[in-house]
Unconditional design. Structure first.
Length: 386
């Protein structure tokens, strides 16, 4: 076991100013949805170029409510990717619709837009792409496809806050765009999320769905005209988000610097210890507008005599935390029981077995990168097939 400090795969960064602001909210006596939430939503709207924004309890709520706002339900189909956090497809099931999985691009690891047309049926109502590790799909192709086939788009941009497409912020254009503010995201409110809407009417309907379908009518009157839930964000979460927004440029710059250190260190270490022929696939390096939410490699399992779990265990023993983002959704029992088969999306199945998330967060030291890379390469070399 390592005597060095443990490096988790991620860790949120909250400065003293943020901690003090949380204390102020707690002392104010108003800790649930209130003035800080309104300020956070207004600030986010400005960030996204004036589009309507509403915040919710988490990034699962945002996607479910997006589906509800669009009226998607029983008998409808939604195109999505099998490589995502399970929430993406679970919310489709939860409104009574059917997720239709389209295989992914082997380089970007996002849904392969060239394969979407073949999956469309008369029941298809929307497409829900996921921006894995903060890397968007080709947005021009996405919206051309949606326009051609009269589809709505719900962008699962949970990991893409701060990412750009041709200089435009993800969320500042397009259809409905969902973000997560969970603890491991580039901007965190501990738990939470936001949904960017097209119109004020859609935003108003989203408000109803987040709080039991409630409509207030004057001081004494109220009504409920849709089936909502309890999905509101608190002022405690909102004030954290306000301060995280101030720090976002600093966070983004640090993530990008660390990602580029990974590229340089991996190439250098692999060459120095004779792993030039190792098929370790790195993320796309040339996409400069990514927010570098995660740094993921694909392990060359065909060249190794161990599986991913063993590699992760040995890294943990050396004081290095890793993650898996994500196994193919079609591998889960729930989806197998619904008739989905991993053979329908073979690229996703392969990547789901071999993808490995390495530590990447703003609080990392430069020296951490060298330590992680050296450990990973030594483990891979030790387990190379002869």
């Amino acid at each position: 076991m390592s005597t060095l400090p443990f490096i988790p795969f991620t860790r949120p960064s909250f400065n003293q100013e943020t901690i003090a602001a949380v204390g102020e909210v707690l002392r104010s006596g108003w800790v649930t949805s209130g003035p800080k939430l309104a300020e956070f939503e207004s600030t986010l709207s400005d960030y996204f170029g004036g589009r309507p924004v509403r915040c919710f309890a988490n990034g699962t709520s945002t996607m479910k409510i997006a589906l509800q706002v669009l009226g998607i339900g029983e008998g409808d189909e939604v195109i999505t990717t099998p490589i995502s956090w399970i929430a993406t497809s679970n919310v489709i099931l939860s409104v009574g619709a059917k997720p239709v999985f389209v295989d992914i691009d082997p380089i970007t690891r996002n849904i392969d837009l060239d394969k979407v047309s073949a999956a469309l049926t008369p029941k298809t109502r929307a497409i829900m792409p996921v921006y894995l590790a903060g890397l968007p799909v080709d947005m021009d192709q996405l919206y051309a496809l949606a326009k051609k086939h009269h589809l709505r788009v719900i962008e699962d941009a949970a990991q893409a806050f701060g990412s750009l497409w041709k200089g435009q912020k993800i969320g500042s254009f397009g259809d409905l765009v969902s973000f997560s503010f969970q603890a491991n995201k580039n901007l965190s409110t501990v738990e939470g999320g936001c949904l960017v809407f097209n119109t004020a009417d859609e935003a108003k309907l989203g408000e109803k769905f987040r709080l039991q379908g409630l409509t207030r009518q004057g001081i004494d009157g109220m009504d409920v005209d849709v089936l909502g839930g309890k999905d509101n964000l608190t002022d405690v979460n909102a004030v954290i988000g306000l301060h995280q927004l101030k720090q976002l440029p600093e966070f983004q710059a640090r993530r990008a610097a660390l990602a580029h250190q990974y590229f340089d260190a991996l190439r250098s270490e692999m060459k120095s210890i004779g792993l030039d022929n190792l098929a370790l696939q790195l993320p796309p390096e040339n996409f400069t507008e990514s927010n570098w939410h995660m740094f993921q490699v694909l392990l060359p399992l065909a060249q190794l005599n161990v599986d991913r779990a063993q590699v992760m265990t040995e890294l943990k023993d050396l004081g290095i935390g890793t993650g898996v983002h994500y196994p193919a959704i079609t591998n889960f029992t729930l989806y197998k029981n619904l008739g989905y088969q991993v053979s329908d999306t073979p690229i996703a199945e392969h990547i789901g077995r071999s993808i490995l998330t390495l530590p990447l967060f703003p609080g990392m030291a430069d020296s951490d990168i060298g330590r992680i890379v050296q450990a990973l390469c030594q483990i891979l070399k030790k387990h190379l097939k002869s």
